[in-house]
Design a protein around this ligand. Structure first.
Ligand code: GAR
Length: 215
């Protein structure tokens, strides 16, 4: 499956997807990396891997719809079949989300539907939460919502700061996103009745993938 990756910044999840796609037999191929920010460090990661990396600077467009139309044009021109948001920090219009319905996935650093939005790790610590993690889900119009494909749990430690917690969740993200992408790109994960159904290796069906917290 041909995938396009949308980024806005650092690009560490992009890096993990590049590594996964380089594995023999992995069912996805990256055909475009697009950033809405010209200064995104992830652009250099993409170029170093020999991938086409494009900037579509949202500041140069008068409104959300015209930015999204250009984004859509670039994805279609590259032959993208599945869009992967990897730290893409821009809200997409309903029209764009509808165009890529069940063909766009996102990673978020919490166990959704808890802790949508920004400053997730600080809020997790403020609430005294003991288990957090990350989620890969199909994109729907509302931010950080949509059918869950895979989740990984991460235990919160008593002495965690937002930074230490973010680092452990990020490690889990780097494992989870390639695994979830593999399920979608191989056709093993599908949305049915608003919930993701996955074909397991034995040919029977199960719910979204779950990775328990390491000891
Ligand atoms: C990641 O933690 C990702 O889950 C988060 O942004 C970070 C991007 O890091 N995404 C969101 O919060 C989306 N709501 P990266 O650029 O190093 O992949």
């Amino acid at each position: 499956m041909k995938i396009g990756i949308l980024i806005s910044g650092r690009g560490s999840n992009l890096k993990s997807l590049i590594a996964a796609c380089a594995e023999p037999g992995f069912p996805a191929e990256i055909v475009a990396v697009i950033s809405n920010r010209p200064e995104a460090a992830g652009l250099a990661i993409a170029r170093a891997a020999g991938l086409p990396a494009l900037v579509i600077d949202h500041k140069l467009y008068p409104d959300r719809e015209s930015f999204d139309a250009e984004l859509n044009r670039a994805l279609e021109a590259a032959g993208v079949e599945l869009v992967c948001n990897a730290g893409f920090m821009r809200i997409l219009s309903d029209g764009f989300v509808a165009r890529w319905h069940n063909r766009q996935i996102n990673i978020h650093p919490s166990l959704l539907p808890a802790f949508k939005g920004l400053h997730v790790h600080r809020r997790v610590l403020e609430e005294g939460v003991r288990i957090t993690g990350c989620t890969v889900h199909f994109v729907r119009p509302a931010m950080d919502e949509g059918p869950i494909i895979a989740q990984a749990a991460v235990a919160v430690k008593p002495d965690d700061t937002p930074e230490t917690l973010a680092a452990r969740v990020l490690e889990a993200e780097h494992r989870l996103y390639p695994a979830a992408l593999g399920l979608v790109a191989s056709g093993r994960a599908r949305v049915r009745g608003g919930i993701v159904e996955i074909d397991d290796m034995k040919g029977s069906r199960c719910g979204p993938m779950f990775v328990p917290a390491p000891d």
